[in-house]
Design a protein around this ligand. Structure first.
Ligand code: URA
Length: 223
């Protein structure tokens, strides 16, 4: 097993041992429900958001200002998945509204789309303190919500922004630099991993690679 696989198991073990030391013997876990909807996609998303609005499944519930569920069109053919809310997102309750979000908006517009036409969500719905990276246990706990969002929206393409989104969805430890640039089949839909906009703010020379990935998505969607 790889080093990060062992780290994940170690982190999970520590988490469970801490829970047990507090007398907690059961971990509540959001279920991945089957795709049977009696309501529209919009209603299903609203119901899911309501279900987790006051989520306390992990410690981030204690430090968040607002849970950032996701935003955009429930009928989107293209869904973007980022890492986790940052400072501005936590305050506003909306994904990608800070500096990285402004760059994402420009990318979306360059793809001849409007932000309202796509759907944007994150792997984690709550901000990690000081914008640290998501912990393996946080990803495991929050992932079912993302899976249910994808299941409801049923986009044609998911664009995974950065290593956390790509590795979480594709269940791999392969670096983003090797995952990006081609579609990956996942649960019957196409996932295009690409660099995270926050990475692009630090490494603007790689914008051309993201544009190549975006153009493949446009072709796939017939834009
Ligand atoms: N970075 C993310 O991954 N998600 C956001 O919502 C904002 C910044």
């Amino acid at each position: 097993m790889s080093a990060s696989g062992q780290e994940l198991i170690q982190a999970l073990r520590q988490f469970l041992e801490t829970e047990r030391s507090f007398g907690i013997t059961e971990i509540p876990c959001p279920s991945v429900k089957p795709a049977v909807f009696s309501s529209s996609k919009k209603e299903a998303l609203l119901a899911l958001e309501k279900e987790f609005k006051n989520c306390m499944l992990c410690a981030l519930s204690g430090t968040r200002t607002r849970l950032v569920f996701g935003s955009g069109s429930p009928d989107a053919e293209l869904m973007f998945v980022g890492e986790a809310p940052g400072y501005e997102e936590d305050l506003e309750g909306l994904p990608f509204v800070g500096a990285a979000g402004q760059l994402l908006t420009k990318i979306i517009q360059a793809m001849k789309l409007k932000r309202e036409e796509v759907y944007i969500a994150n792997c984690l719905k709550c901000r990690p303190p000081n914008n640290r990276g998501p912990l393996p246990t946080e990803i495991v706990t929050c992932k079912p919500i993302l899976l249910r969002q994808i299941e409801i929206i049923q986009p044609k393409v998911v664009c995974a922004l950065g290593k956390f989104a790509a590795q979480t969805l594709l269940q791999t430890e392969t670096p983003i630099s090797r995952l990006r640039g081609r579609f990956h089949e996942w649960n019957g839909l196409k996932v295009m991993p690409t660099f995270h906009p926050a990475y692009l703010l630090r490494n603007p020379a790689d914008k051309k690679l993201v544009w190549e990935d975006a153009q493949q998505i446009m072709k796939e969607l017939g834009i």
